[in-house]
Design a protein around this ligand. Structure first.
Ligand code: T3D
Length: 263
């Protein structure tokens, strides 16, 4: 039997999803996209799941689209694949909109759509040996999977433009200095640190965290006034939650809160 292209480990309060095509540096083919979609559906449907940890098997996180599936035979004409419409766009939209945090542990090379899928996650933590490459320009493509939207907002337009036009790899340490990612850690510390974050989220006020995700996403396009109105509306929702009542009670009683999570 062949190896599964996606491995899921269920932990208390969160799931670990591992991209598992190491001989292709975890490049996406259609089958892997389909399995990943199903895996995320299951995690979202499970109210006990309060965080996701996304990582890769072997020496890479993900090298983007599997280019072996794009090799034309002599004389063959290119056909529209619609892979953005079918797979990459729904995936990054989904990662942004999930009602709980998504932590990406970038264990090695992240290239093409692989880099931008990582950057679409809520918290990106990378091993010191990892690199981020907007490799699209090397093969005549444009950066996709939200890269042209997310990257300039993370590191500024000047740097994003240069990285996308030159396809120069960025080592993890530099990526952290630029603000492209949350942190760069020693390779041996990657999974312990990413797991610790997920364990924290597994007992967090998950509904409140989902509102934070919504507010930050909206801030990219809202005016200041629109954002203030949104904060007011989302805070109204948060103030009415059982988790806020519990948070205040626990604070006053000097004990650890017992949040309800997604229920
Ligand atoms: O068509 C559409 O659907 C449009 C959508 C596009 C979305 C995209 O993601 S486009 C971008 C696609 N990805 C790339 O262009 C990156 C291609 N890979 C690389 O540039 C390099 O492999 C890396 C910089 C990522 C790593 O380099 P290195 O030297 O560490 O490893 P390597 O030797 O190049 O790769 C190791 C193996 O993985 C090798 O196979 P082999 O020789 O051992 O049998 C290589 O062919 C394979 N591999 C790596 N990336 C891909 C891949 N095979 C298929 N597709 C890949 N993307």
């Amino acid at each position: 039997m062949s190896e599964p292209s996606i491995i899921v480990q269920r932990q208390t309060g969160y799931r670990v999803i591992t991209l598992n095509r190491p001989d292709r540096l975890n490049a996406f083919d259609d089958a892997m996209h389909e399995v990943l979609r199903g895996t995320i559906d299951e995690a979202e449907a499970d109210e006990e799941c309060r965080a996701l940890l996304l990582t890769g098997a072997g020496r890479a996180f993900c090298s983007g689209q599997d280019l072996a599936d794009r090799l034309l035979k002599p004389g063959e004409k290119p056909v529209p694949r619609e892979s953005l419409e079918k797979y990459y766009n729904p995936l990054v939209r989904r990662l942004r909109a999930l009602p709980f945090p998504v932590v990406c542990a970038v264990n090695g090379v992240a290239a093409g759509a692989g880099a931008n899928v990582a950057l679409a996650c809520d918290i990106v933590i990378a091993a010191r040996s990892a690199t981020f490459t907007q490799s699209f320009a090397r093969i005549g493509l444009i950066p996709d999977s939200g890269g042209t939207y997310i990257l300039p907002r993370l590191i500024g337009e000047a740097r994003a433009r240069a990285l996308m036009l030159t396809a120069q790899p960025v080592p993890a340490e530099r990526a952290a200095e630029m603000g492209m990612i949350w942190a760069c850690v020693d390779d041996a510390q990657l999974m312990p640190e990413a797991t610790a974050l997920c364990e924290q989220f597994a007992t967090a006020p998950t509904r409140g965290l989902a509102l934070i995700k919504r507010a930050i996403d909206a801030s990219a396009t809202n005016s200041f006034d629109e954002q203030l109105d949104l904060e007011r509306d989302l805070q109204r929702e948060a103030v009415m939650s059982a988790d806020y009542a519990e948070g205040v009670r626990a604070f006053m009683e000097k004990r650890k809160p017992n949040f309800r999570g997604r229920k």
